[in-house]
Design a protein around this ligand. Structure first.
Ligand SMILES: [Zn+2]
Length: 77
């Protein structure tokens, strides 16, 4: 099953559909193109995704796709 390694050492598996750790998003300008559409499949293709580690809650963003290293973000509180 596909997975990535979080900075905390947790192996986060991302192969399940739907994926428990995956969140999908898109920029406001990208969304603007879909104003009059309700095609979930088209929307899904356009969306980027980030993953949330179940242990430390760090977010992993694959800005450059799966071939690049993820950028990690952590809660600040
Ligand atoms: Zn983690």
């Amino acid at each position: 099953m596909p997975a990535y390694m979080c900075k905390c050492g947790t192996r986060v598996s991302v192969g399940r559909i739907p994926c428990d750790h995956q969140w999908n998003f898109m920029s406001d300008s990208e969304f603007d193109k879909y104003e009059d559409q309700v095609d979930a499949g088209e929307l899904y293709k356009e969306m980027k995704e980030f993953f949330k580690c179940p242990s430390c809650k760090r977010l992993a963003m694959f800005w450059d796709g799966w071939d690049g290293e993820p950028t990690f973000y952590i809660e600040d509180n």
